[in-house]
Design a protein around this ligand. Structure first.
Ligand code: FES
Length: 104
């Protein structure tokens, strides 16, 4: 499985052979600048990403807890997600996201 991430500065990083169980852990384990302060408990919103349009409908819907946390995230948009709440699955090969302001 492969993930494409644009960091806060716009640099493109491709993560192949992702080891983590969530999008957040994959980004963090690659050494990118993501705070993820709560460690993946949907309690901090510092793992906020913007999902590229072609992928938004392929992700599971935002849950109630994630939705509440996104409300306190900096610059929430329609395509905002908490990366710790996005589980890696094979059908997400090529998933492309951008690290949001306040995530690093
Ligand atoms: Fe804290 Fe995702 S790591 S909400």
């Amino acid at each position: 499985m492969r993930i494409v991430v644009y960091d806060q500065g716009g640099a493109r990083v491709e993560i192949g052979d992702v080891a983590g169980q969530t999008l957040m852990s994959a980004i963090r384990d690659k050494g990118l600048n993501i705070t993820a302060q709560c460690g993946g408990c949907a309690a901090c919103a510092t793992c906020h990403v913007y999902v590229d349009d072609e992928w938004t409908s392929k992700l599971k819907p935002v849950g109630d807890v994630e939705d509440a946390m996104l409300d306190i995230a900096e610059e929430r948009q329609e395509n905002s997600r908490l990366s710790c709440q996005v589980k890696r699955t094979e059908d997400l090969d090529g998933l492309t996201v951008r690290l949001a302001p306040g995530s690093g």
